[in-house]
Structure formats: structure tokens, C-alpha cells
Design a protein around this ligand. Structure first.
Ligand SMILES: [Fe+2]
Ligand SMILES: [Fe+2]
Length: 288
């Protein structure tokens, strides 16, 4: 595919293409061979690169504040969590050969892997809901404002972020309020005071913040913050508490990345367990 054929709102053929690319960047140590996933020299690489070009260009400090105002009112839709999964599943794209399992399958594979390792039930719930924020796409949001690595806005972009060269198209790069090491923030102010690029992570965190223990909320909020998980690029904004909580973010991450399997979990069998789990922690309906 030539870059010129790429749709500005939907550079990726499916949202999963971003996650497939994460597996190229961060292959699972020792087990899966790299060639089991997509080859790096494929036309798909162009769409991923185009995706990040748009993401890095448009995710400005002002853009993030505007999206927070727009979506954190949660006045778009109200539905039970199960209806939200059905809604999310309408995102399945048959044109992507790697995406023969729907969105619920990824969530169930993640949560089942967490459950199999004997973690607390709220951790299993985090696995189940962590990508529910991708429904943003169904509200008409472009892919680059829903998925992708997240990063702090309002301060200098780390060169440890994937494709850092594309930040040259981001106006914040030339704005002296935002282009210094700390930008609008204080040293080690804590990530709770930092605005992250807008996407499904912040959205699901905000939706769940009254219902799930703080360790789980950190997992939701920072699960795509790879420049910190893998490169420790933003320690200068983090405080002691963030470091404690990131131990949990690090625990969650391998379940998200490496639990993909072509075998679909048996939803009918699992259903009673998950219905109980959801009823234990979440209200009857969620506001989107
Ligand atoms: Fe995610
Ligand atoms: Fe995920």
C-alpha cells in the first residue's frame, strides 16, 4: 500500500495492527519466534508508520485538553458492560488476516491468562476491560486518537518514543511553554498531574476510577506508555508512589502483549464467572 492511499482517520487496516507492531518491537523473550508475527518489511509497516506520523503530529497539549473535556463528561451513551463488548466487537475488520478473533477474544485471553496465574479477581477484571475504551472509534474518533503508544503532553517528547522524528510536525515542539524537559510540570510532580496523549487508556481509566483498586487503575491508565515501561524515559515526572504502582503496570503488560492465541476461549463456559465478577465490581450500566 502506498502512503497516499492511506485514509487520514484510519491509517491502520484494523486497530490490532498497532498491537501486532508492538510484538515486533517487543517480542516475547525466548518463546515465540519473531517470524510468527508479521514480517517487518511488509506494506503493513507503512500503515503503522503513517499511523504514528498522524498520532505524533496531532496529539498536542491543547488537543488532549479538548478531548478530555469532550469525553470525560460521559454523556455519549449508557449501557451494560456486556452491551459495550458487543458494541466493541463491531470494530472487527475481516480484511486483516491477523484479526480472526474479535475484540472480546483479546480481552478474554488477557483476563484468562491473569486468572490462570492466580492473581486477585480485580486484576482479572482489569484484563477484561482494559481495551473497552476502544469504543472511542465508534464515536467517530480517528485511530490515532484511540490507540498507539501514549506519552506525556505539555513537556518535551522523549526520543525514546517510537518514531520520534514525527514530532517535528507537532506544533508543541516549537512552543516554549511545552518543549522543555518539564514543560508545564514540576520535577517529579507525579503522573496524576500529567496529561497523557489522548486514547483508550485514559478513557477507560476515567470510566473505571470509582470501581477498581488503585493498582488496577494504574494498569488501565498506563498500559500503552511504552516509552516508560520499556525505556524509563519519564522518571523525571514520576514520584515514589508512581514507582510503587508501576510494579503492577509491569505485571499487567505481558498479559496484554503475549496472551494472544489462535484458540478462542469458550465464552459460554466462562460466562457465569465473568458475570459474577462484573456484578461484584461494576454498576449495572456504564456511562460512555
Ligand atoms: Fe490497549
Ligand atoms: Fe490489549
Amino acid at each position: 500500500m502506498k502512503t497516499s492511499e492511506i485514509n487520514e482517520n484510519e491509517p491502520l487496516q484494523s486497530l490490532d495492527q498497532w498491537e501486532d507492531d508492538l510484538l515486533e518491537r517487543y517480542p516475547e523473550p525466548f518463546t515465540k519466534a519473531k517470524e510468527e508475527y508479521r514480517n517487518y518489511d511488509t506494506p503493513e509497516r507503512d500503515t503503522v508508520r503513517e499511523f504514528y506520523r498522524l498520532n505524533h503530529r496531532y496529539q498536542t497539549y491543547d488537543f488532549v485538553l479538548e478531548k478530555e473535556r469532550e469525553f470525560l463528561k460521559f454523556d455519549k451513551k449508557e449501557m451494560p458492560v456486556w452491551a459495550a463488548f458487543d458494541f466493541l466487537n463491531t470494530l472487527v475488520d475481516d480484511s486483516d488476516p491477523d484479526t480472526d478473533l474479535d475484540q472480546l477474544q483479546h480481552l478474554l485471553q488477557t483476563s484468562e491468562a491473569i486468572r490462570a496465574d492466580g492473581h486477585p479477581d480485580w486484576f482479572v477484571l482489569v484484563g477484561l476491560v482494559h481495551d473497552l475504551g476502544k469504543v472511542l472509534c465508534l464515536f467517530g474518533e480517528p485511530q490515532w486518537a484511540v490507540v498507539g503508544d501514549t506519552f506525556p503532553v505539555g513537556c518535551a517528547h522523549s526520543d525514546k518514543i517510537v518514531y520520534p522524528e514525527y514530532f517535528k510536525d507537532n506544533p508543541d515542539t516549537y512552543d516554549e511553554r511545552y518543549n522543555t524537559k518539564y514543560g508545564v510540570y514540576e520535577p517529579n510532580c507525579g503522573l496524576r498531574n500529567v496529561h497523557m496523549s489522548w486514547g483508550h487508556d485514559e478513557y477507560i481509566y476515567q470510566m473505571m476510577k470509582d470501581y477498581i483498586p488503585e493498582e488496577g487503575l494504574y494498569m488501565l491508565r498506563y498500559h500503552s506508555f511504552y516509552s516508560q515501561h520499556r525505556e524509563h524515559a519519564y522518571e523525571h515526572l514520576m514520584d515514589e508512589h508512581d514507582h510503587e504502582m508501576f510494579k503492577w503496570v509491569d505485571k499487567f503488560n505481558p498479559y496484554d502483549l503475549y496472551s494472544k492465541s489462535p484458540v478462542a476461549p469458550n465464552w459460554q463456559e466462562l460466562r457465569p464467572y465473568y458475570e459474577n465478577l462484573v456484578a461484584k465490581y461494576l454498576p449495572a450500566t456504564l456511562r460512555f
